[in-house]
Ligand binder design. Structure first.
Ligand SMILES: [Zn+2]
Length: 261
């Protein structure tokens, strides 16, 4: 069985980060303000959340959550209504309604809300959690102890290869390692269209077009392989690629309360 469909896909609004663009793409300069969204997928058998963004409290008190140095570098912008818990409430869901949480990887800007979902089944890509506990020096600052402590208390599965969440082809976790060892993307088949949510397997549209890896990827060659895999899948599935941090994707596509079905 592989012709299933998810009913709806919402992109949930988030605070933003403002960073030097060269930290995302070599050869660029100036500042870039990027979204840090989560995606909610309604399927007949469950509610799936893809990524949980920054810690919700970081909007109002970034220094308390991330410390003065990291907070100063991130320059978090946003309002309290962009907290993940409130974004869910605004479309009629409680955190306890979420049955499955897929984290694209363990970096703090994709896992900050994990603690809101202690009852859900949690999914990571193969090798992510070992690496999170012993990352390369350049990635140390993006794996935070308080996040690892939360993950240790959750019902976690590390899936190897691709994984069909409901067994009907509607929602598939796609192994796209490179940015981190366990980086995953998500294919969502809706009635009207197919989305590929890339997490950080790709950071910007320009990187996909130019086939440029991210400056601090754990494995550059692997990251480029995954990037090409996503590009080719986009063609073969006639899918829309939604790059989490890309401001142009965020501007172009609908957000909650709007949705795709
Ligand atoms: Zn990342």
């Amino acid at each position: 069985m592989n012709n299933g469909h998810a009913r709806r896909l919402w992109a949930l609004d988030s605070p933003t980060l403002t960073v030097q663009s060269e930290t995302l793409l070599y050869g660029t300069s100036g500042e870039i303000t990027i979204p840090v969204p989560s995606f909610l997928i309604e399927h007949p058998k469950g509610l799936v959340l893809f990524d949980t963004g920054l810690h919700p409290d970081a909007i109002e008190d970034p220094e308390k959550v991330y410390g003065a140095d990291l907070a100063a570098n991130l320059r978090i912008g946003g309002t309290a209504d962009q907290r993940l818990d409130r974004q869910l409430q605004a479309i009629g869901y409680k955190a306890s309604d979420i049955t499955h949480v897929v984290s694209s990887h363990g970096h703090f800007d994709h896992t900050g809300g994990l603690f809101l979902f202690p009852e859900a089944k949690h999914y990571f890509g193969d090798g992510e959690l070992r690496y999170a506990n012993w990352p390369d020096p350049i990635q140390k600052f993006v794996y935070r102890e308080e996040v690892l402590d939360v993950i240790r208390r959750l019902d976690v599965r590390e899936v190897s290869g691709d994984f069909d969440v409901f067994g009907d082809g509607a929602v598939t976790i796609l192994a796209t390692p490179g940015h981190t060892p366990g980086e995953v993307s998500l294919i969502v088949h809706l009635k009207s269209r197919t989305f590929i949510l890339t997490g950080d397997a790709i950071h910007l549209r320009a990187a996909m077009e130019q086939e440029y890896h991210f400056p601090i990827d754990a494995d550059t060659t692997g990251a480029l392989r995954s990037l090409r895999r996503l590009k080719y899948l986009k063609e073969s599935l006639d899918a829309t690629v939604w790059i989490s941090h890309d401001p142009d994707d965020w501007a172009e596509f609908a957000h909650a309360p709007g949705f795709y079905e």
